[in-house]
Design a protein around this ligand. Structure first.
Ligand SMILES: O=C(O)[C@H](O)[C@@H](O)[C@H](O)[C@H](O)COP(=O)(O)O
Length: 242
């Protein structure tokens, strides 16, 4: 299995293959130790990079997977920018992952009620007060946001909620729900996938910047877990080690 740290690969296909090998290993380990594999997944480019490799993997114990959204847009579940739809369409029917094991938010609720409802869905699957995901799969926006945790936003200080509502997201749509750092940093393994030149400056800030004014992505530091960053060569182009 890949050691934790920064993995620089040529492009999205190569990242998909390495990421898929890591996730497959984490799934097998979790299922043999605890009987279930829990993962929180992100939208944007991560969905395609993850799914295009994972659909080829038959032996990862799909029946035992429980898939939550790291963040979700408050949009109908059949709308193209719904993160849940991206995963459901790519995986259900192609691999033996049951549709009911991918957990959508309820977009008919207010954003506050949708966050509370999603918290209850977490509590149905996790016995711990703060869920311990086997893997949280994250992207980073060009501004350094991750999940729906944006630079300078008050949610960066959230210490109580597991799932938070946000109604002023700078990245559209404005209404979203997101896992908080409390949950992200309680994971056994946090994995970032980040590609493209537009991310290069903040990849450098996060991985080689100083400790002041940390961007949201830099605040993902699992308390007792691994941290991986999968980068393509353009996203990694400003790193001094490249
Ligand atoms: O908006 C969402 O749904 C996200 O989950 C978000 O946090 C995403 O991961 C980043 O914005 C990176 O997106 P890209 O990889 O598409 O740049």
């Amino acid at each position: 299995m890949a050691e934790e740290g920064v993995h620089v690969l040529a492009g999205q296909a190569e990242i998909g293959a390495e990421l898929g090998a890591l996730i497959a290993a984490k799934a097998k380990e979790a299922i043999s130790s605890r009987g279930v594999f829990t993962i929180a997944v992100s939208g944007g480019s991560t969905t395609k990079i993850f799914c295009q490799d994972m659909v080829k993997r038959a032996d990862v114990g799909w029946e035992k997977w429980r898939v939550f959204m790291a963040d979700e847009r408050l949009v109908p579940l059949d709308q193209e920018d719904c993160n849940y739809k991206g995963y459901k369409d790519a995986l259900v029917g192609s691999v033996p992952l049951a549709a009911e094991h991918i957990y959508p938010i309820n977009p008919s609720l207010s954003v506050e009620a949708a966050a509370e409802d999603y918290t209850q869905k977490l509590k149905q699957v996790f016995s711990e007060d703060t869920p311990v995901f086997d893997v949280v799969l994250l992207g980073m926006g060009p501004d350094g946001h991750t999940a729906s945790l944006f630079p300078g936003h008050k949610l960066l200080q959230e210490k109580t909620l597991l799932v938070a509502p946000i109604s002023d997201s700078p990245k559209p749509p404005p209404n979203r729900v997101t896992l908080t750092f409390k949950v992200l940093n309680n994971a056994r393994c946090a994995v970032f996938v980040c590609t493209g030149e537009g991310k290069a400056a903040n990849v450098k800030n996060v991985l080689e910047g100083n400790e002041e004014n940390l961007l949201p992505a830099a605040l993902v530091q699992p308390l007792d877990g691994e941290l991986h960053w999968y980068l393509d060569s353009t996203a990694a182009s400003q790193l001094s080690s490249q």
